[in-house]
Ligand binder design. Structure first.
Ligand code: SF4
Ligand code: SF4
Length: 446
């Protein structure tokens, strides 16, 4: 018998410890003396009932059980899955009317999709979709600059009897009455994600919209979001934040909640900005100079608005061992892969019909491109990079979060070569487990 690699433990009070296993999601409280005897002194009696129970829960495992290999096999299963296409991210244009300093699309082309490229994508979907439900995410550039392409594409999907829904990722500046009508109507839009990075003056400075959008783009976007919410569209606001400026992110969330919190179809989340470390430090870092780690601090703050709390998704929506959805919402739940790009039938298509495994490099040209929708996928080096199940960072091998993040974001590891790849929970795992304990106790489950 040996100890699992994925046990995380902390003294809970003077008398006991908690131990959480990030692979099995088992949680146990053990008396101080017993914890030290078993996990520190390794004084193990395999006939002891406590030892047997810890084995059953995955805290102790067989000597020949290789957990790293098991996790690798999960990643491999995803790569070898043979599902047909269920979703696609499509950029109807790579052009954008904003110029955010952190945008990963600097240097990409700005072309709008032609109807002939749209036809080719629809033909590809018709030949390869799962014949159940196809989901298209309109991405860009700013996708609403090419609303005519979205309309054309949607009509073509109807013509081919492809049952579909759509989502839109937009800056919100072009959410006009007509777009809202189309989104609610024949675009079958179930959710619109709008990025808002700051309050008025700073927002207008960061977005740096090209001329003609509005005198006050912030006000325009806020009004547009309100109209869409009133029309019943589900809106998710993404608050991009710099971990060193957490107070700004909190203030923005409060302002937005004041304006939109009464809508049931409104939701908001924090997303750390991905940029080189000298511009924005990775959220997975330690932030020793801050009173509280920014990720933990933002989680605590946003809980007053109902975020990061357990959310029972009903019989079909909860994960095994997480009946209240607490672990999933705290983002400390295990996952077979963190990078959807490793799935064989998952890719994004830019406005030229070029295929990219990851949307973050959409439109960036040859270095990241794996073929074209008209000529098919090319399994080139970058394709193989995304499908490779080996871990990008050396430290992943010994990281207790491996079951949760499975090696993290591949493109961040590739571009920044540091813990930008890591999940935000990396430096605050024990605190998040304690949050899980608190919520579980509150619900009378412990
Ligand atoms: S590389 Fe990162 S951003 Fe791209 S699909 Fe994978 S996890 Fe997502
Ligand atoms: S990417 Fe980071 S958090 Fe994830 S397993 Fe690797 S080292 Fe750990």
């Amino acid at each position: 018998m040996k100890e699992s690699l994925y046990n995380v433990a902390k003294e809970y009070d003077e008398k006991q410890w908690w131990v959480y296993n990030t692979l099995t999601t088992s949680l146990v409280f053990i008396e101080d003396e017993k914890y030290k005897r078993i996990f520190i002194d390794w004084d193990i009696d395999e006939d002891d009932n406590d030892v047997k129970a810890l084995y059953e829960m995955g805290f102790l495992i067989d000597n020949d059980y290789d957990e790293r290999e098991y996790l690798r096999s999960l990643r491999e299963d995803v790569v070898n899955s043979t599902h047909r296409i269920a979703n696609m991210m499509i950029a109807p244009t790579m052009d954008c009317n904003a110029r955010c300093y952190y945008c990963f699309e600097h240097g990409c082309h700005h072309e709008k999709m032609t109807f002939s490229t749209a036809d080719a994508i629809v033909d590809y979907i018709a030949a390869n979709w799962n014949h159940d439900l196809f989901s298209v995410t309109w991405f860009g550039g700013e996708p609403l600059l090419a609303s005519d392409v979205i309309s054309y594409f949607s009509k073509k999907l109807y013509d081919k009897n492809i049952k579909f829904i759509s989502k839109i990722v937009t800056n919100g500046s072009l959410l006009t009455d007509e777009i809202i009508k189309n989104a609610k109507g024949f675009w079958n839009t179930i959710k619109i994600q709008v990025s808002i990075d700051a309050e008025q003056d700073e927002y207008n400075r960061i977005k740096n919209y090209k001329n003609g959008v509005a005198d006050n783009p912030y006000e325009l976007v806020i009004n547009n979001v309100k109209k869409a919410l009133e029309a019943g569209i589900k809106i998710r606001i993404r608050v991009n934040f710099n971990p060193l400026e957490q107070e700004k992110a909190k203030s923005l969330m409060s302002t937005l909640e004041e304006m939109f919190g009464s809508f049931d179809n409104y939701d908001c989340y924090f997303a750390p900005i991905d940029a080189p470390s000298k511009v924005v430090p990775p959220i997975a870092g330690t932030f020793k100079d801050e009173k509280m780690h920014p990720w933990l601090s933002l989680i605590r703050f946003s809980q007053k608005y109902g975020y990061f709390l357990g959310n029972n998704r009903g019989e079909s929506g909860n994960f095994l061992g997480d009946s209240e959805g607490i672990l999933a919402n705290l983002k400390i739940y295990p996952c077979p892969t963190n990078c959807y790009a490793s799935c064989p039938h998952v890719f994004a298509v830019d406005s030229k019909g070029d295929i990219y495994k990851c949307h973050r490099v959409l439109g960036q040209g040859k270095q990241y491109c794996s073929g074209n929708i008209k000529t098919g996928i090319i399994k080139n080096d970058i394709y193989n990079f995304f499908s490779d199940t080996s871990l990008a960072l050396k430290e992943c091998e010994n990281c207790k979060l491996l079951p949760i993040c499975q090696g993290g974001c591949k493109i961040n590891a590739y571009m920044y070569k540091d813990n930008h790849a890591c999940c935000p929970a990396k430096s605050v795992l024990p605190e998040l487990v304690e949050e899980y304990i608190r919520q579980t106790k509150e619900r009378g489950l412990l």
